[in-house]
Design a protein around this ligand. Structure first.
Ligand code: F0G
Length: 353
């Protein structure tokens, strides 16, 4: 049966009624790929949930389809969000499809090229502020209080409802919940949503519960250090957030699941990012790889039981941020003259090494 999108596939678990429009870009149903090399080397079963396979290239589509459908149902004329890039791309896409105006507020100079390209193409109105994500979120929260405008950041509970479906899909594919879920943490909506999803499915289908293992970037590790980071900084711009809105819910997910929230350095993030692409053939954006870097760290510290089933969430597609890929790569194209003999000789020389 062809996939019909989240609102249709998981209708009974979502706040949907007769007035809720059947909005979709066929989001969800993303691959769960076994990381063969990592699994073999460490005697665990590791899978990656490829959220970059969603229509706008990140997990945000899951929450956005729900939030946008409810905004339409409630008669909103416009949606507004603050974003480090992915939320704005997703909001702009679904708003275009739904015929709503979309206003996005982003931190100037701190969102990846691909994400900006998306917001532009989908026709959002873009305000780039000389502040960070936390500032932007403060402003749009004020706008969300006004009539006719729906705030579609993850402080909107419908976002969490949509995003919890990723946990359902993991349980559906594995037949039960994994032992551990490794996930990047920025504004902390996604870890909140996964935990809600795992709990609801466990109630309904006894699928069990994972330990929730969240990872912040060291330069933006508010939850780990239990203090607001006034000037968050990380190469993983998607999670460059110093005062996560769902802070309390993330701590709750950690504690209820007997999990952990830890930090990884930018060096660890980039190393995992490059390792994943070069060894498993999966290109995820830098912030996504906080989950892989986190797994490496947890394994080093013997925090993962041998024989366990582990799911890492890869939240966004690597193509979102081409500049970071190229800037950090040691591979550079070799320029050759347009002469057959030279081209063949050089390439054969490379094949035979
Ligand atoms: N990974 C990616 C690729 C993201 O874009 C985000 C958040 C996260 C992880 C963290 O998820 O905030 O739910 O803890 N991006 C938001 C945005 C903030 O504006 O696109 P979270």
């Amino acid at each position: 049966m062809a996939w019909k999108g989240l609102l249709s596939e998981y209708k009974q678990y979502l706040p949907i009624n007769d007035q809720t429009p059947a909005l979709t870009l066929h989001e969800g149903n993303t691959p769960l790929i076994k990381l063969e090399k990592l699994s073999k080397e460490h005697s665990i079963n590791v899978y990656a949930k490829i959220e970059g396979a969603n229509p706008t290239g990140s997990f945000k589509d899951r929450g956005m389809v729900m939030a946008m459908a409810k905004a339409i149902e409630d008669g909103a004329k416009a949606v507004v969000c603050a974003s480090t890039g992915n939320t704005s791309a997703s909001a702009a896409a679904f708003a275009a499809r739904a015929g709503l105006k979309c206003i996005v507020v982003i931190p100037e100079g701190k969102i990846a090229q691909g994400k900006l390209a998306q917001a532009v193409m989908y026709g959002a109105e873009i305000f780039s502020i000389e502040g960070n994500f936390d500032d932007a979120l403060r402003y749009v929260r004020k706008l969300g209080e006004k009539d006719d405008i729906a705030l579609v950041n993850s402080v909107n509970p419908y976002r969490i409802e949509g995003q919890k479906t990723a946990a359902f899909e993991i349980c559906d594919t594995l037949g039960k919940a994994p032992n551990y879920l490794f996930i990047p943490v920025g504004n902390a909506g996604n870890i909140t949503a996964y935990w809600k999803g795992f709990k609801e499915y466990n109630e309904e289908k006894q699928t069990g519960l994972p330990k929730m293992m969240g990872f912040e970037a060291s330069g933006a590790a508010a939850i780990v250090h239990n203090r607001v980071f006034e000037n968050p900084e990380t190469v993983g711009t998607a999670i460059r957030i110093g005062n996560p809105a769902s802070w309390k819910q993330a701590v709750n997910a950690r504690d209820e699941s007997n999990g952990a929230i830890d930090e990884i350095t930018d060096e660890e993030m980039i190393e995992a990012y490059q390792w994943l692409a070069a060894n498993e053939g999966i290109f995820a954006e830098p912030a996504s790889c906080a989950s892989i870097a986190g797994l490496f760290k947890a394994m080093k510290e013997n925090k993962v039981e041998p024989g366990s089933t582990v799911v890492t969430v890869l939240t966004g597609n690597g193509l979102k941020d081409p500049n970071t890929a190229i800037d950090y790569s040691e591979i550079k194209p070799r320029v050759l003259p347009n002469e057959e003999e030279v081209v063949i000789q050089e390439i054969m020389g490379s094949v035979l090494v």
